[in-house]
Design a protein around this ligand. Structure first.
Ligand SMILES: [Zn+2]
Ligand SMILES: [Zn+2]
Length: 288
């Protein structure tokens, strides 16, 4: 799997999952977009439920508003799926579609990038995901799901990766209230320019990482070692199959900003950087 750091371009900060009063969000569209603009975001995707909200008028030279949608269904096996599509051509959910794969396919048919929302919140274990194709990843972190204590789907992600299902991790707000769920989890995308096509291309390629604040500044594999550089954090974790990973801690009261680990001939490794407040950044997985 490719990591974003040697890729030409610059970093753009974005929220890929948010709701407005057009569905069940608390803010009108213009206020919802302003919320993110004033907090230093470069782009958002507005993902109201089952129907695309028009956003063209909010894109400027320095800010990108992308069309999005959140589709949902219960499939015949008793699983509920929420699939987010970003960068879509405007459409409405087809009510006849009753499978997770069908929802993903509807996003792809409208030129969007699809990902699987909040698997922990939905109870989507590996068996419910590993047959799906065409989605770029899962939400490893969803701020809105803090409300019921299920924001973090890292175990779901590792279970998929451990069993060979390679998929990216995203952090999003899934903003409804614009309070505890606002500007808490986002993606940093390495793209050539701030256009919908360029952001979508980078998302598909895995040229991004997920974060609540810490930065991942470099990640490279050289001569059998994984090297990572970050902003100042309290701990850097290499997460891999079973118990092969390791944590590198800063000394009490200090911080660290790099770590290295010898890698193996098989399996995967992904990096978490955790600051003193417990906020995390998640790299994409590397496959050996
Ligand atoms: Zn949802
Ligand atoms: Zn949502």
């Amino acid at each position: 799997m490719i990591h974003p750091f040697p890729v030409e371009g610059r970093w753009y900060k974005g929220n890929l999952h948010m709701h407005t009063t057009a569905s069940d969000g608390r803010l009108e569209l213009a206020d919802a977009i302003e919320f993110y603009k004033t907090r230093g975001y470069d782009f958002v995707a507005v993902t109201d439920h089952r129907k695309t909200t028009p956003v063209e008028e909010f894109t400027t030279d320095t800010f990108l508003a992308m069309h999005g949608i959140e589709l949902n269904c219960w499939d015949p096996n008793g699983y509920e799926y929420h699939i987010v599509g970003v960068g879509v051509r405007p459409f409405e959910q087809d009510p006849e579609i009753r499978t997770g794969q069908g929802l993903i396919d509807q996003v792809l048919a409208h030129d969007g990038v699809a990902f699987i929302a909040h698997p922990y919140w939905l109870g989507l274990e590996r068996q419910a995901i590993e047959h799906l194709t065409g989605a770029i990843g899962i939400e490893v972190y969803n701020s809105g799901c803090m409300e019921c204590g299920k924001a973090l789907s890292d175990v779901h992600w590792d279970d998929l990766l451990h069993h060979g299902y390679d998929t990216w991790g995203l952090a999003t707000d899934d903003t409804h209230h614009y309070s505890y769920d606002g500007a808490v989890g986002w993606v940093m995308v390495r793209a050539r320019e701030l256009t919908q096509e360029s952001i979508k291309e980078a998302l598909r390629a895995g040229h991004f990482y997920a974060t609540q604040g810490p930065e991942i500044r470099d990640l490279r594999v050289e001569d059998g070692w994984i090297h990572v550089e970050t902003s100042d954090v309290a701990r850097i974790v290499f997460v891999s199959n079973r118990g092969r990973g390791k944590s590198v801690w800063a000394k009490p009261g200090e911080t660290l900003n790099k770590a290295s680990m010898k890698h193996w001939s098989d399996g995967y490794c992904r990096i978490e950087a955790i600051d003193a407040q417990g906020r995390k950044a998640w790299s994409q997985p590397i496959r050996f």
